[in-house]
Design a protein around this ligand. Sequence first.
Ligand SMILES: *[C@@H]1O[C@H](CO)[C@@H](O)[C@H](O)[C@H]1NC(C)=O
Ligand SMILES: *[C@@H]1O[C@H](CO)[C@@H](O)[C@H](O)[C@H]1NC(C)=O
Ligand SMILES: *[C@@H]1O[C@H](CO)[C@@H](O)[C@H](O)[C@H]1NC(C)=O
Ligand SMILES: *[C@@H]1O[C@H](CO)[C@@H](O)[C@H](O)[C@H]1NC(C)=O
Ligand SMILES: *[C@@H]1O[C@H](CO)[C@@H](O)[C@H](O)[C@H]1NC(C)=O
Ligand SMILES: *[C@@H]1O[C@H](CO)[C@@H](O)[C@H](O)[C@H]1NC(C)=O
Ligand SMILES: *[C@@H]1O[C@H](CO)[C@@H](O)[C@H](O)[C@H]1NC(C)=O
Ligand SMILES: *[C@@H]1O[C@H](CO)[C@@H](O)[C@H](O)[C@H]1NC(C)=O
Ligand SMILES: *[C@@H]1O[C@H](CO)[C@@H](O)[C@H](O)[C@H]1NC(C)=O
Ligand SMILES: *[C@@H]1O[C@H](CO)[C@@H](O)[C@H](O)[C@H]1NC(C)=O
Ligand SMILES: *[C@@H]1O[C@H](CO)[C@@H](O)[C@H](O)[C@H]1NC(C)=O
Ligand SMILES: *[C@@H]1O[C@H](CO)[C@@H](O)[C@H](O)[C@H]1NC(C)=O
Length: 833
Amino acid sequence: MAIRFALPLLIFTGSSLAQDPSDILQYVDPLIGASNGGNVFPGASLPYGMAKAVADTNSTSNQGGFTLDGSPVTGFSMMHDSGTGGSPSLGNFALFPYTSCPGGDINRCAFPKKTRANFGAFDNTSVSAKPGTFGITLKTGIRAQMTVAQHSALFRFTFPETSTIGEAAQPLILQDLTDLSNSRQDNGTVSIDENTGRITGSARFLPSFGQGNYVLYFCTDFSGAEIFDNGIFADSRASTSVKNMTISRSINGYPLPGGAFVRFKSGAKPIVARTATSFISVEQACRHAESEIPDFDFDRISQAATDQWRAKMSGIKVSTKGVDESLVTNFYSGIYRTYINPQNYTGENPLWSSGEPYFDSFYCIWDLFRSQIPFLIINDPNTVAQMIRSLIDTYRHVGWLPDCRMSLNKGYTQGGSNADVVLADAYIKGLEGDINWEDGYAAVVKDAEVEPFDWCCQGRGGLDSWHTVGYIPVQDFDWKGFGTLTRSISRTLEYAYNDFCIAEMAKASGRTTDAEKYTLSSGNWRNLYKENQTSFWWNGTDTGFTGFFEPRYLNGTWGYQNPLNCSNHDNFSVCSLQNNGPETFESSIWEYGFYVPHDQATLITLYGGPDRFVDRLNYLHDQNITYIGNEPSFLTVFQYHYAGRPALSAKRAHYYIPEFFRTTPDGLPGNDDSGAMGSFVAFSMMGLFPNPGQNVYLITPPFFESVNITNPLDPSKVARIRNVNFDPTYKNIYIQNATLDGVRFTKNWIDHRFFTEGKELVLTLGEKESEWGTKVEDLPPSLGEYEGFGNSSSSSSSSGYGSGSTWNSSTAGTGGAKRIRGWLREDVGLGSI
Ligand SMILES: *[C@@H]1O[C@H](CO)[C@@H](O)[C@H](O)[C@H]1NC(C)=O
Ligand SMILES: *[C@@H]1O[C@H](CO)[C@@H](O)[C@H](O)[C@H]1NC(C)=O
Ligand SMILES: *[C@@H]1O[C@H](CO)[C@@H](O)[C@H](O)[C@H]1NC(C)=O
Ligand SMILES: *[C@@H]1O[C@H](CO)[C@@H](O)[C@H](O)[C@H]1NC(C)=O
Ligand SMILES: *[C@@H]1O[C@H](CO)[C@@H](O)[C@H](O)[C@H]1NC(C)=O
Ligand SMILES: *[C@@H]1O[C@H](CO)[C@@H](O)[C@H](O)[C@H]1NC(C)=O
Ligand SMILES: *[C@@H]1O[C@H](CO)[C@@H](O)[C@H](O)[C@H]1NC(C)=O
Ligand SMILES: *[C@@H]1O[C@H](CO)[C@@H](O)[C@H](O)[C@H]1NC(C)=O
Ligand SMILES: *[C@@H]1O[C@H](CO)[C@@H](O)[C@H](O)[C@H]1NC(C)=O
Ligand SMILES: *[C@@H]1O[C@H](CO)[C@@H](O)[C@H](O)[C@H]1NC(C)=O
Ligand SMILES: *[C@@H]1O[C@H](CO)[C@@H](O)[C@H](O)[C@H]1NC(C)=O
Ligand SMILES: *[C@@H]1O[C@H](CO)[C@@H](O)[C@H](O)[C@H]1NC(C)=O
């Protein structure tokens, strides 16, 4: 499976480990982001695996289960999400071990999660996390190691010979019916088989950022020691004579502790617990366990998991020559995190039956569409094809594409219908793999045309207004569908871009009328641009910039939101999905002021030309108005390319990495969001950043002397980027000139064929900004025309989307359509209101 390259001699700086120097896995540190709100799942998982085993702590930031913030362990469980906000996800049916119960009395072992936390302290140095395995030693002396297959996990507990109070080991392992967020509903059930010690059961839980509920089943077996006795516990009391229980949630809002336990005659050898889950049935959970891990062989299973990771990650090779090892670790660890979520639940979907794949934990597409899914399109296109089939199948059976989905439920929509971007991105990049694009197109058009009754969790709200006035009004009048009436600015901007993506799909599939229609509405962002809007700091100082998006009422009158509210400097506003939230979601008008991914040319003109645009982008970053710990910031790092200043994008990438993205547990600036941050790091360091939904990668010099990216569908095609004059101290970060497959190349962007066809980009670097990539004809495509670029050889040689010279040639096939100035909306009469 693994695609291996012959590597040149690698020179490591720092503490080089005595390992195969070409083994990428040595550079993966799953603990990055495991504290300080990164919420990363640092445990054992397969790529996209459903089983994710780790030690759960009682941290208030335990969304990913484990944290390294000093909080004690409360259990060991095998279902998790990674990097998410919201409530903690999953973490169901935790196991917990004791060396013995004091005096041999089971009632003196602590069963409830709250009390067993007192036995969960550990030393940070005892934690070992590697792709596919996780280990930790509790202060009770118990070492817990875990590894996984697709739906099942092995937990190997090694006990000290005597307990902390000197009694001979008579280990007890309990399994309880809680989850991380204590969301269990009526009725949990648990049974234990007296003879074998097999524990089975199920319970209903709530998703962590959405509506509805889900039922999860489990099946646990033990190996390694003879069973002494077993039974059931309820709250803090246990009995060996009861073997089955159905438990209520209780009435005080906290689920009653309950579960089963097994005691063993000796702890001389490690005891291995094998547990599996299923959303279908106990029987299916047991089948997973028996078929995936028939032998309880921890070393075999962990080796298999490691091998899967090595194969998955072998497609990208960088030269580590001269580079600080922590940067290599940063890079590969970021890549690793992009493969944790979404999760492959194919065969595990109880909601509908279909032959299509089913993926879950799109958590959330608002985060993932920007760089994670684009990263996977390059490096794991087969899997993205399965994800897209799953999204389309979800549309078929649920009615709409999801914006967020976890634990079989609809998650909350944060902005637009951004699955449209994911589908368009895949479509225009030519992703293959049995995707029904007719249904895919119908799904994105439904987003644009049909308002759901409840648009909390799918589709778009305010479509009547959108179609009549061409923006989402603040305090919209909408009597057809219901949702939180905030975020009118960011929703307008995202809907506009979503429509552009639909237009691209329409154009590329020959649907000319639709292409024109959605190109036109993709200009709706313009309707919220208030050209005389100023921006002052709270202390009264003028930012010096005029012209911002502002809220607008249905009658056309402007509302007002301070353009700096919800920026990094605003510690007071509520800025998320609260019903008293602002008109921009989780960021400021300042930052959303750049979110016109398809028409930077027009935006640049509105902002006073390229120099003024660059001033504004600099101000956004230099004044820390942007917050690099949340996804809307990603593209702003690279938008200098559109103003003909690709050098400044490179400079900005180095400003943020590693300063804001470090290789420590507290090294992430915000939630990793299922690998969104990880993919941001990976793309930035690779030197190609996507403008997602467009066949465009913005070129900056990689942080390494060279990068090789193998096309997974055709390993003979290896895309290469090589830096000439590479300088690992990063003084030479400016491209002086470039060649593509040996031919001089001046465009500051490249399309997806670079990867699929395995081209070679050679960048010659220098210490100073150069002319490279600065001319109008070098700029990435934009719907409108670039104006005011003094250095252009001719302003008519714009690389506009309509010009036919860019994306048409590779994918569209409809020839050069006439240029549509999408934002001119005289026909829908802003003048009339
Ligand atoms: C473990 O490390 C975290 C940070 O990584 C720190 O906050 C915590 O206090 C440490 N715990 C101990 C017991 O040192
Ligand atoms: C976690 O458990 C420890 C030990 O019982 C306790 O001191 C701490 O308050 C708990 N933290 C939370 C957030 O519940
Ligand atoms: C829960 O179990 C009890 C006892 O068997 C039963 O009366 C009740 O109807 C059950 N509730 C649900 C929601 O199934
Ligand atoms: C208890 O659970 C076992 C399965 O572990 C099952 O065979 C048995 O019928 C159950 N007994 C009762 C009374 O529900
Ligand atoms: C990339 O591939 C080329 C050609 O096979 C090889 O010479 C080079 O060493 C590779 N670079 C890395 C970093 O693996
Ligand atoms: C997802 O799971 C299904 C069923 O086990 C399997 O056929 C498919 O190959 C998996 N997809 C990936 C990307 O691993
Ligand atoms: C800004 O422009 C609007 C019209 O778009 C106008 O009503 C308003 O008076 C102007 N404000 C200032 C301060 O000039
Ligand atoms: C006001 O605040 C801004 C942003 O923090 C700062 O740049 C500026 O210097 C401050 N002005 C005064 C007069 O303190
Ligand atoms: C438009 O509606 C807003 C909000 O209700 C109101 O404040 C404003 O006066 C209205 N403008 C006109 C011209 O009626
Ligand atoms: C800006 O945020 C502050 C809280 O920081 C709030 O009081 C104010 O109403 C907001 N202003 C606007 C115009 O949104
Ligand atoms: C922005 O943040 C960086 C890093 O935290 C800091 O060094 C810099 O002083 C900040 N700049 C402003 C203007 O606040
Ligand atoms: C690229 O730039 C380097 C350094 O300025 C120069 O030596 C080289 O000749 C240039 N190559 C081309 C093809 O322009």
